[in-house]
Design a protein around this ligand. Sequence first.
Ligand code: SF4
Length: 278
Amino acid sequence: MSVKVARVKASNLLTKSNLPASDYVINPYIGCMHGCRYCYASFMKRYSGHEEEDWGSFVDVKECDKLIDRKKIEGKSVFMSSVTDCYNPLEKEEKLTQRILQRIKDVNCELIITTKSSLVLRDVELLKQFKNLTVAISINTLDENFKNDMDNASSIKERVDTLKILHENGVRTVLFMSPIFPEITDFKAIIEKTKNYVDEYWFENLNLRGDYKFVIMDYIRTNHNHLFDLYSKIYYKGDKSYWSGLEKEFESYCKENSINYKNYFHHQKLRDEKIKNA
Ligand code: SF4
C-alpha cells in the first residue's frame, strides 16, 4: 500500500493523557504505517482530515516549534505513543522520536515506549541513558501468517529478537500481549518462547468498537469460521464469560511460574472513567 506523507503544524507534542496509567502522552505522528486491522486509533481519521482514507495509508509528521517542557514531566509518567507507533517506518528518516528522546533523556520521569517495530533498536544507546524506562513490544501471536493478516509491522521473529537485544542491553522489557484474540492468541506459548528476556507481561483483550468491529468479525468468519460462534457470543451478545475464564487462567499461570504481569483487561473501562472524571 502506498503511503501519503504530509507535514502538519502542531502547537505542542506533549499532551495530557487519557490513559489510566500515565500523566502525559507524546504522539510524534498522526496515523500509522503499521495499519493494524484492529487499531482503535483509527478514529483519528475523523479528527485529522483523513476520513476518506484507509488507516495505514497516511501519516502526518508533526512539526512543532515548541520544545517538550522538561519541567512539566519531572516526576510524571509519559507514554509514547497512544495513537501512532513512534517507531513506524517513517521514523527511520524523520528521526522525530529520536529527537524527543534526546530532549528528555536526563529528566526524572517514567517513560514507557510501546512499539511493534525493531527500529527501536536503532536508539538502544540512547535508551540506555534513561533511568526509568520501559520498552513494551506488542506480540499477540507466534504465527507470522496471522500477524501478516493483521499488520504491516516487524515480523514476530524480529519482535522477539528485539526483546532479547533490549534485555541484553539492560533495558526493562515488557511483552504487551495485545490485543488477545480469543482462541487465536496462545498466551502460554508466547510466554514460554520469550520469558528469558521479558521483565513483565501485560495482557489486554481485544475490544471491538467502531468500524473495525465489522472488519475483524468478517475476517474471523472468512478465515477462522469455527470460531465465529464464539466471537459472536462475545462481540454481538456481550458475553464476558470467555474473558473472565481467561483472566483466571493467565493469572494463576503467571503466579505458579513466578511471572510478573499486569492485567489490562479492563483498560478501556478505566480509560472511559478517566475521561469522564477529567
Ligand atoms: S501499531 Fe499501534 S497505532 Fe499503529 S496501527 Fe497498530 S495498533 Fe494502531
